[in-house]
Unconditional design. Structure first.
Length: 200
């Protein structure tokens, strides 16, 4: 069973070289390992956080007012974690199996970048514009989302939506697309004696 964590854990980076953890007006750019100071970075006018919670309504997953997925089936559930993130899961209605594949929705006409495993020990990127461009064993999916209508899109702010499959107990997961431009969620244990029985 895949479920959201009951406690929130924060990743703490202790690297003395990570100036990007400082407020933007205190960041300093250095040249390689020489430590030579090049100057202060410009203040950024963008944010990596969303202001609205992801919403699933009428078969459409909306994030920040932009359709991320359409044709979302009824067995898909969204559990908001914060104002900027959510767990996306699905309920199994079929037989128990050590490998289950769920349809999450349709992705069409949107620029995307994915990182997938093409060998057990190596991952590479792939770009595309629909669900059929997403290979099996995708470990990260990044979708471009523009605010407002597509007319005059060059003048609109660009946001990004990221999908990350997670581990839960003895089960691993990955993303994949199919010829119908559907984004699929694959959950497997790798062991025929370990079944996926519950909603996750």
């Amino acid at each position: 069973m895949f479920s959201p964590p009951t406690t929130t854990r924060f990743l703490q980076l202790n690297s003395p070289f990570s100036s990007f953890l400082l407020p933007s007006n205190q960041r300093v750019l250095y040249h390689g390992h020489s430590g030579r100071r090049l100057g202060r970075l410009q203040t950024c006018r963008h944010s990596m956080f969303l202001n609205t919670k992801p919403v699933l309504k009428d078969g459409t997953l909306n994030i920040k007012g932009k359709e991320a997925l359409t044709g979302v089936p009824d067995n898909v559930v969204i559990t908001p974690l914060t104002d900027s993130s959510a767990f996306v899961g699905a309920t199994s209605t079929g037989d128990a199996s050590s490998r289950l594949v769920f349809k999450l929705g349709v992705i069409e006409d949107v620029r995307l970048l994915c990182i997938f495993r093409f060998k057990i020990w190596w991952m590479i990127p792939r770009v595309g514009n629909s669900g059929s461009d997403i290979p099996i064993e995708t470990q990260m999916l990044l979708l471009e989302a523009r605010e407002g209508p597509e007319i005059d899109a060059k003048n609109k702010a660009t946001s990004y939506i990221i999908f990350l499959p997670v581990l839960d107990g003895e089960f691993r997961s990955s993303l994949q697309g199919n010829s119908l431009n559907e984004l699929q969620f694959c959950v497997e244990s790798g062991n025929i004696s370990k079944f996926c029985l519950f909603p996750f």
